[in-house]
Design a protein around this ligand. Structure first.
Ligand code: SF4
Length: 304
């Protein structure tokens, strides 16, 4: 797979306490990348062999030309993946029109109840809309591969098992990604308040892996050093991560443009500490968030 990740929308009704795109959303408030620019880039990258497209944002389904974009992507040979907070999938007519052109959808789900989920998205009603989206996806004839991304925080830690069960029951999700709070945007502002200490997270791993296995879901962990996963290190997202090219809006010296960045390793905001030098998996592991080391130190890092 040659992966392209395109940030097409800088609008989102949620205001998640850990939103790593928070700064970009503030900077380009409500902007959508023009349809013409998107189609031009998709055509050019397809010509260069790119065949997997992630549409993200903000909330990508809010882009006024979303349906035309995914149709074009699908006809251009891309496997199309969308990351969404539920967005317009909560509308049945939209969902039925979009599904034929989608292969994979990743939903952001942070609670198993409106009280919990909405308290993290800071958007009352976001859980109910997500539930409607799940029902529409489940009813749709085209079966897409559904992921859920749960950002694990001190607030939803006791409920992670229930959230996995909820994803299995309500949308038959096939994969769950448990993400640590990434120290970017709102995630950086609220890092200390929300981040689960690694040794605390370790106590929950066995239950989460067992639950996913029982529900026939793949489970992956993002942003957690492999050594903190212990015997579950094989479930680290780092081991499955593949290189990608990202296109996003950028501003420099008052000039706005689409910036193209290549990433070869999952190392964004992450570092290797001195102990990592003698670790057997140092070439696969993305390391620990720099902010985590600043706030919590390196005591919990134990090389393989
Ligand atoms: S010691 Fe360093 S390289 Fe090894 S698993 Fe831990 S964080 Fe990753």
């Amino acid at each position: 797979m040659k992966r392209l990740e395109f940030h097409i929308s800088y609008k989102c009704p949620n205001n998640c306490s850990f939103c790593s795109e928070g700064d970009q959303l503030k900077k380009f408030k409500g902007t959508f990348v023009s349809k013409e620019a998107i189609l031009k880039h998709l055509g050019r990258f397809a010509h260069h062999g790119f065949n997997h497209l992630t549409l993200t944002g903000g909330e990508p389904t809010l882009h006024p030309d979303f349906l035309e974009i995914i149709r074009f992507a699908s006809l251009s040979g891309y496997k199309t993946y969308v990351s969404s907070n539920g967005g317009l999938f909560a509308r049945k007519s939209f969902c039925l029109k979009a599904l034929p052109y989608l292969d994979e959808v990743s939903f952001s789900l942070h609670g198993d109840s409106a009280r919990l989920h909405d308290s993290l998205t800071n958007n009352p009603g976001s859980f109910l809309r997500l539930r409607k989206a799940f029902a529409n996806i489940k009813e749709g004839k085209k079966k897409v591969f559904v992921f859920v991304n749960i950002v694990a925080t001190l607030k939803n830690l006791p409920y992670l098992k229930n959230i996995i069960d909820f994803a299995a029951d309500s949308v038959s999700a096939k994969q769950v990604l448990i993400s640590a709070v990434a120290p970017e945007g709102a995630g950086k502002d609220n890092f200390l308040r929300l981040t689960i200490p690694l040794r605390e997270m370790a106590k929950h791993l066995s239950l989460l892996v067992d639950t996913a296995y029982r529900r026939k879901m793949r489970i992956r962990f993002f942003g957690v050093p492999m050594c903190s996963l212990g015997k579950f290190f094989g479930f680290s997202n780092d081991a499955y991560w593949s290189s990608r090219t990202t296109i996003e809006l950028w501003r420099n010296l008052g000039h706005e443009f689409l910036k193209v960045t290549k990433s070869y390793k999952p190392v964004r905001n992450r570092i290797k500490v001195r102990k990592c030098l003698r670790c057997a998996v140092r070439n696969i592991c993305g390391g620990v968030f720099r902010e985590y080391v600043v706030k919590f130190g390196t005591e919990e890092i134990h090389p393989f």
